[in-house]
Design a protein around this ligand. Structure first.
Ligand SMILES: [Fe+2]
Ligand SMILES: [Fe+2]
Length: 471
């Protein structure tokens, strides 16, 4: 079951050949996907040989195989984690009952919506990162970008498989729409706003993979709990791929900080103007990028109080990330106190699922911060430590939407908020400065001056390995 069949047009471990209708439908969608990749995937690098990993099996040992691949020839396919024998629903009203192998009629439209919303983010991020290759800080980073891109492409395949296999004609139509909406498009934008933000510099890319891909990780974790077993199995395998995206974000930001600290040491100052003149990014500017991408990603969890989330939980469609770590999996009659701009409010716990997800997400976000801050402290600048903004800062969705809250969580007069926003998130001038640093470095082993080299290479290869062969 775990072995992936690569002899077929669409690599898969779901025995696709046994369902001719489904196979034909997906083979019909495949050229449209490739066309989309050609038009909106990474630009300029279609003929480059990229040192990529490809899934060969879904078990923990050796799911990945490394080798040079031209991206348009990447073997995108359909991989599900192995079924768990006698798996039972782990939360909600149907807790303890067998999981669903088919979509229950009464949950059909809501499940489809969950899958489409997740599916929409996957190609969106590829579109957002389309031009980044042109300004890569190294071949190592270029390769990592492309690895993330091809895997997001595969995540789209994962969701399209579910739509085709379980949702009939409307599923097929939704699969077409996933290629018709485009990030930032005025008429047909992507569903969620963070996925319409342009990612035009590498610091934004690292922040995106740190914060926004991590939201993806938490969404996938909660869908991996789903009573709809094919969705759970799909998401469980996607999570193994997502781990690399987190790695790219955490080490990317870490390397930017390391380089800045080196420059500060060389210059003997933390004066931002001098750091910039030396071609590095001062830590307060890194903080602004963290504030921007963290606050934007927090909105992806939705409203603090949500009857939709309550319904998803009660029905078994979507649980909480790592549901087994909670004590109460039913939450009937349980309540939670939530801070609101008007003071604390007690709400039914099921309606506060989004907030519980956001809390566990923020805990996960803290891990990188701790590492970076240790590095900053060791360099002798404890006063320059970085932090996450308050979850109430710059929110556009939920109880705190549009509230003038500073990054520390204080409600401030609106004029002050407007005036100081440029101190808290990157200003046009800050962005222009970061953009000015974005010059491609494509000699093996060489790094752009604003970022330190990684500690090690990919798959035990040296850092100076030719991770991308350009033609
Ligand atoms: Fe993804
Ligand atoms: Fe991702």
């Amino acid at each position: 079951m775990t072995a992936v069949n690569y002899t077929e047009k669409i690599p898969n471990n779901v025995n696709l050949a046994s369902d001719r209708t489904l196979q034909r439908a997906l083979e019909h969608w495949q050229p449209k996907f490739l066309q989309w990749w050609h038009e909106l995937g990474p630009t300029d690098f279609e003929t480059a040989d990229v040192y990529l990993r490809t899934a060969v099996s879904v078990d923990a040992k050796g799911w990945a195989q490394y080798g040079y691949v031209r991206m348009p020839e990447y073997r995108w396919g359909i991989f599900l984690a192995d079924p768990v024998p006698d798996r039972r629903i782990g939360f909600g009203d149907a807790m303890g009952q067998p999981v669903w192998q088919q979509v229950p009629g009464e949950y059909r439209s809501q499940l489809r919506r969950l899958i489409v919303t997740q599916g929409d983010t996957e190609p969106a991020s590829v579109e957002q990162q389309r031009l980044l290759g042109r300004t890569c800080p190294s071949l190592y980073d270029l390769r990592n970008l492309f690895q993330v891109n091809v895997e997001e492409g595969r995540h789209l395949w994962a969701m399209v498989y579910l739509l085709h296999a379980y949702f009939g004609r409307d599923g097929r139509e939704e699969a077409e729409e996933l290629l018709a909406r485009h990030s930032g498009d005025a008429d047909k934008p992507r569903i969620l706003s963070t996925f319409n933000e342009p990612i035009s510099d590498w610091l934004s890319f690292y922040c995106f993979t740190y914060f926004t891909d991590r939201d993806g990780k938490y969404q996938l974790k909660s869908l991996a709990e789903s009573a709809f077993d094919p969705l759970s199995r799909t998401c469980r395998f996607m999570l193994t791929e997502e781990a690399h995206h987190m790695f790219v974000g955490e080490t990317g930001i870490g390397r930017v900080i390391r380089r800045t600290l080196e420059v500060m040491k060389e210059l003997g100052t933390d004066d931002p103007a001098r750091i910039r003149a030396a071609g590095a990014i001062e830590l307060p500017l890194v903080q602004k990028y963290l504030n921007f991408w963290c606050s934007s990603s927090l909105d992806l969890f939705g409203s603090e109080i949500s009857s939709n989330a309550a319904f998803n939980f009660a029905s078994g469609m979507k649980g909480r990330p790592d549901e087994s770590q909670y004590e109460d999996h039913v939450l009937r009659g349980a309540t939670l106190r939530l801070p609101t701009p008007e003071g604390e409010q007690e709400v039914p716990a099921r309606n506060a699922i989004n907030e519980m997800m956001r809390e566990s997400y923020l805990k996960d976000c803290e891990i990188g911060l701790k590492r970076w801050n240790r590095m900053i402290e060791r360099a002798g600048y404890p006063e320059l430590q970085l932090s996450l903004p308050s979850p109430h800062f710059r929110r556009a969705i939920g109880l705190w939407a549009g509230q003038p809250v500073d990054p520390r969580g204080n409600l401030v007069p609106r004029e002050e908020y407007e005036r100081r926003l440029a101190d808290w998130i990157p200003s046009a001038e800050d962005r222009a400065f970061v953009h000015s640093l974005m010059k491609p470095v494509t000699e093996p082993g060489k790094m752009a001056a604003w970022i330190a080299p990684p500690e090690r290479g990919i798959n035990n290869q040296p850092v100076e390995y030719e991770y991308v062969r350009l033609h």
